[in-house]
Design a binder for this molecule. Sequence first.
Ligand SMILES: [Zn+2]
Length: 120
Amino acid sequence: MDLLATTCLFCAQPIRGDMDYDFGSVLWRCACGAVGVSAARCDFDDAGDQLLTRLAIDGRVSMPAVPVGTSGMISATPFDDRVAFAAIERAVRGAGYELRTRAYEAPIAGMEMFARRAQN
Ligand SMILES: [Zn+2]
């Protein structure tokens, strides 16, 4: 399975991505202007940060790790992929981009998310 290959969710052209080493995952940049990321459900917040960063949109969707008192422990906030995705949608659409997604089930359940500046 070629994890770098997909088709653009805006123009349907087959494209190959590159590893985005800052985030440790694939990044697609299509000739039509779309930028895409892919993430397992449990990584939606990181994928959201990656997408916002690569679109040069201010803001982050990942939840800050909150220290518990002075224990040195980090609180384990239950992660909700729907909440994370809603935050991504808000940030991307709020910045004037259209967002298109394609869910997949293998190798583990996740989603490709492509954003392109909305046409006026
Ligand atoms: Zn495209």
